[in-house]
Design a protein around this ligand. Structure first.
Ligand code: 5RP
Length: 260
């Protein structure tokens, strides 16, 4: 284990390193946003430099674009490539059907567009992100600033008719000012505690004028690569099939997965 990493960061790192092995030369790849996705971007950068991996990547945020550029990964816009072979991204929560809550980093809109324009999406996460029911993590909804208070009110009204445990809605702040997404929008965080019917909630939220997109990723992700603090990695598919792999040397140069 890389001694400079906390067990959680080690878990994120091994998940990202394993998922990076699904990327092959010639692929068009969507790059997620967040701390787990940053491990992935660095690992892909290493593969570009050390193995001559050739990919075209579409970043889901300015933050990821900056890191990928530093790593020497060739970037394109989604409009340049239109469709992607694979997107790999982190998540704030995932359930047994691999439905996700995303947007903790505020990039959910671009992340959803990119993941949906991909043949496959793989989520990378440490094991703490796995939940029985989604909703303990506040659900982000991206809203346009114009009339955001009216939009918030409509969301609150809609929640009163939905099976959720909490109904508090707050506008995300950063450094005492409203948080702005890369698209210049606000994020409303919905403190729902537990969501009984994710499909119903997603449909209802996306019908509200001013709500651009919500952080529920339903039927988008096909595989989860879950890292554990002891270096082991679990691969889970949408049918619930789970495979464990030993990953002791994942942070070292002798990566046991490099032949796969
Ligand atoms: C950003 C996201 C991230 O993938 C999510 O917040 C997980 O982040 P991290 O890997 O830092 O825990 O959805 O919008």
């Amino acid at each position: 284990m890389n001694k400079s990493l906390t067990p959680m960061d080690h878990a994120k790192s091994v998940a990202a390193t394993r998922a990076a092995q699904f990327v092959e030369t010639g692929m068009k790849v969507g790059l997620g946003t967040g701390s787990t996705a940053a491990f992935l971007v660095r690992r892909l950068g290493e593969r570009v430099r050390e193995e001559g991996l050739k990919i075209t990547a579409v970043p889901t945020s300015v933050q990821t674009a900056d890191l990928a550029r530093e790593e020497g990964i060739e970037l394109a816009t989604l409009d340049d490539v239109t469709w992607l072979d694979l997107t790999i991204d982190g998540a704030d929560e995932f359930d047994g059907d691999l439905n996700l809550i995303k947007g903790g980093g505020g990039a959910l809109l671009r992340e959803k567009i990119v993941a949906t324009a991909s043949d496959r999406m793989i989520v990378i996460a440490d094991a703490s992100k796995r939940v029985e029911k989604l909703g303990a993590f506040p659900l982000p909804v991206e809203v346009i600033p114009f009339g955001w208070k009216a939009t918030k009110g409509l969301i609150e009204d809609a929640l009163s008719g939905i099976a959720v445990l909490g109904q508090e809605v707050s506008r995300r702040e950063r450094d005492g000012a409203p948080f702005r997404t890369d698209e210049g929008n606000f994020i409303l965080d919905l403190h729902l505690k537990r969501i009984e019917n994710v499909r119903q909630l997603s449909l209802v939220l996306n019908q509200i004028p001013g709500a651009v997109e919500n952080g529920l990723f339903i039927d988008i992700c096909q595989k989860a690569v879950i890292g554990h603090g002891d270096g082991r990695v679990e691969l889970v598919d949408i049918y619930g099939k789970s495979e464990w792999e030993d990953g002791e040397d994942l942070d070292g140069s002798d990566n046991m997965f490099s032949d796969i």
